[in-house]
Write a protein that binds this ligand. Sequence first.
Ligand code: G6P
Length: 615
Amino acid sequence: MCGIVGYIGHREAYPIVIKGLKRLEYRGYDSAGIMLFDKEGDLKISKTKGKVADLEEKSKEIISAATIGMGHTRWATHGVPNDVNSHPHLSNSGNLAIIHNGIIENYEPLKKELIKRGYTFTSDTDTEVLVNLIEDVKKKDNLKLGKAVQVALNQVVGAYAICVFDREKPDEIVVARLGSPLAIGVGKDEFFIASDASPFIEYTSNAIYLEDEEMAVVRLHKPLKIRKIKDDSLVDPYIQELKMNLEQIEKGGYEHFMLKEIYEQPNVIKDTYRGRLHANEGIIQMAGVEDNLEKFLNADRILIVACGTSWHAGLVAEYVFEEFTRIPVEVEYASEFRYRNPIISSKDVVVAISQSGETADTLAAIKLAKEKGAFVFGVCNVVGSSISRETHAGAYTHAGPEIGVASTKAFTTQITVLTMIALRLSKAKGTLSNSDYFRYLQELEIIPEKVQEALMTNEHAKEIAEKFKNSTNCLYLGRGYNFPVALEGALKLKEISYIHAEGYPAAEMKHGPIALIDEQMPVIVIAPKQGHYDKVVSNIQEIKSRSGKIIAIVTKGDTQVKELSDHIIEIPETSDALSPLITTIPLQLLSYHIAVLRGCNVDQPRNLAKSVTVE
Ligand code: G6P
């Protein structure tokens, strides 16, 4: 969380930093700040509570032709979002400026020590402690900035991606990373620094991703030197060529990123299986799985760890894996798993699912599973992310950048990857009949067309949204493969519209939630023809007899549920196991329209962030 941007080179820094911050705003957006250092030696800072657009307004008076700058968009951890707590923070002398993404866990004892030594603090942040610690170390031993940062970081417990600037050494920015991502864009006589590559994609396609516990002094006209923070050893910089393009990170005519990403699903699902799924030949080929086939086949169980929407994809995968492969599966919240001394052995395969590949809890769960000897397989979207590097092997989802905070295309592409893995294993184990295996491959191949058809429900979803936009509560029900979809539907609604929503297995309704049902309560029931249709119909009857308002997601041509429901949304038919890829589409659209009609900020819902790099 928090986005950081830095620039040092020959261009004007201000527009680069502001545009970069806008692209990183998905990471946090409760306050923002910018620092510029111009040729006259003036260091100017502007910061404000609010969004980058507010910062742009406020920073007009500091705009200059400065060619060095740093900016920050914040997701508050220590200290409420206000102007003072926003970054950059200055050291007491006013010479050092810092921007920071992460948490300094031992900031309190460090702060006390610094106060004893005469330092004063204006903000409530851990970051202001860090910049003063660097200053203190620098002064005490008369160190260069890079060395001082290194010594200070060795006293720090926590997570960070930082940029530090010293007005006495204005041709360099010192950067370091532990637990929070940091990329350096390498141009001709210029460097870009950012939490991900999106701020510099139009300037250079050469990027270096710092690894944990690495730092670099980014100095003009000098080759970049990367060092290990702990032992000072030099690391060879690995320059990666970026495949991302500008179009992928822009809205492309859509009003919101979320809508664009919902509509991208037919194409990105194709991208996910392209070159991996050969339906006619009955082949599924994924390098990470092929190379480790024995590990999967010999697994006593598959343990899935993830957070948020990725956890919901994991729940869908539990049903798919057990049905197709007969390997027992457990799905855990990474945040719980990491702290409960779980029983794991080398006979377990742990599958970690993460769109960003940076989620702190998932990363910690992976490290724990590795320590206990498990083989860890990652399903990530962001190429080169921490989780993709920390896992033994993996498969990317290839969904392209997901910018809307509410995850959509990441969910369906995660399910696509996980279904392909399950099918590959079923073939090796012989747990599916040949005809079922071929049928699933063929169905998966035409899923993008069905997703496209499901997207045609958009206008109808909007009409229904109009009717329910003022609801205060909502219940989502589904069974089997569509129980996790009910959870995901409820999550989408609450995160972007702030309407309280619960997802439940339909049959569990009678054990509690049924008490909530009255004529005010919209109940969204996922009731496709395949699966436990008759049972779900009975559940719908129970809702109807208590006057609940029923919105049902049904297979095209359905009559039984239609008669019982207030509204139906029709989707194309597919097999039960693949149905989450289709049923989820109208739920995404419904949440989107309700949120828009309520005037909510769909792409940047309050209090949330896309990439959660704190625990
Ligand atoms: C945040 C995001 C969610 C996401 C979750 C897990 O809460 O807002 O959309 O599902 O983190 O993120 P990951 O990147 O690990 O999938």
